[in-house]
Design a binder for this molecule. Structure first.
Ligand code: NDP
Ligand code: OXD
Length: 308
């Protein structure tokens, strides 16, 4: 029985060392070295090898090396294969940092002050405490809940919107399409941390923007496919939205002449809101493998029908 890793060499080297130390009975191989294909039971990858069923006929678990699994073509994976997304504290902590930075920047009007600086203007806006700013997080999963906890510590008036009903301390919780408008109407800074699925593709579009208060802000740290770009540009143009912080695009990077590069009300970062941290992620993988060995439920199992 072997564990196969397909991904950047640096992370592979850290994991190989952790596996050798903590689980020496499970040989760790790095693609394209696969040894006996019939021995490969576990694969960790962002992009699995082509024709996976033929290449790795005894594969039991596919671990995504990221929190998202939208990069997988589920129809090309064997039906019985368990898919597990990355749940690890290093990735969660970095996402909390990014969301806190973006929300604080928008709350303290940094896009406006940067524009003012560039045009030589010294003009103060009213300074308001975080408690008067209503932040709303779409997607109350592993990352959404952690971001909300951090935003609460910063003093923001927090709400979350989710598919199923959640109950988070100090957070107004909304669920489903029926409560979306109420959630949006009380949201000054909207943060998207939804997974990309057929249901959520294009959700950040005119329908959502029109339900926000005039001048609201957007942070998209999930996937570019959530955003309808033309609707964002129109909402920034007509003042419905006043600024957007975007960490993700579709495709990445956007074309060189894409309006996002130079838009005065858009801050663009190159998909760095978070990243799997090799050491903590290696521990999380090993924990999951131990759970599997003991017949316990795994952390982060994906519902392939829902797509996340
Ligand atoms: P989880 O699977 O833990 O959480 C997803 C949450 O979204 C769940 O609470 C789920 O609800 C909710 N949800 C799913 N579909 C809908 C819907 N149609 N309507 C309302 N709510 C919905 O994911 P994570 O929190 O771990 O990650 C979220 C995403 O963040 C990833 O999929 C990835 O795209 C993105 N990401 C981006 C990174 C970056 O650097 N930019 C880094 C890491 C992740 P329910 O509780 O009912 O299941
Ligand atoms: C992820 C990502 O899904 O890096 O982990 O976007």
């Amino acid at each position: 029985m072997t564990f196969l890793y397909k991904g950047p060499a640096q992370r592979g080297a850290v994991w190989a060392e952790q596996f050798a130390r903590r689980m020496p009975q499970l040989p760790f191989l790095t693609w394209p070295e696969i040894g006996d294909p019939a021995q490969v039971r576990f694969l960790a990858a962002w992009e699995p090898p082509p024709r996976i069923a033929e290449t790795l006929p005894k594969l039991e678990i596919l671990f995504s090396v990221g929190a998202g699994v939208d990069q997988f073509d589920f129809s090309a994976l064997p039906p019985g294969l368990t898919v597990v997304r990355m749940v690890e504290p290093g990735l969660t902590a970095c996402m909390c940092e990014y969301i806190s930075w973006a929300v604080l920047s928008l709350h303290r009007e940094m896009p406006l002050y940067l524009r003012q600086q560039r045009s030589g203007q010294w003009k103060e806006q009213p300074v308001r405490p975080a408690s008067t700013r209503r932040v709303g997080v779409m997607g109350m999963g592993m990352l959404g809940r952690a971001a909300l906890a951090q935003l609460r510590l910063l003093g923001f008036d927090c709400a979350g919107w989710n598919r199923s009903r959640r109950n988070e301390p100090g957070v107004r919780c909304y669920s489903g399409e029926a409560e979306l408008d109420e959630f949006l109407a009380r949201t000054d800074i909207l943060v998207c941390l939804l997974p990309l699925t057929p249901e959520t593709r294009g959700i950040l579009g005119r329908r959502v923007f029109d339900a926000l208060p005039q001048g609201a802000c957007l942070v998209n740290a999930s996937r570019g496919g959530h955003l309808v770009e033309a609707d964002l540009l129109a909402a920034l143009e007509n003042g419905r939205l006043s600024a957007a912080v975007l960490d993700v695009c579709e495709p990445e990077p956007p074309a060189q002449d894409h309006p996002f590069w130079t838009h005065p009300r858009i801050w663009l970062t190159p998909h760095i809101a978070s990243a799997t941290q090799a050491e903590t992620a290696g521990e999380a993988l090993l924990d999951n493998l131990r759970r599997y060995a003991f017949g316990l439920p795994l952390e982060g199992v994906v519902d392939r029908l829902r797509g996340y």
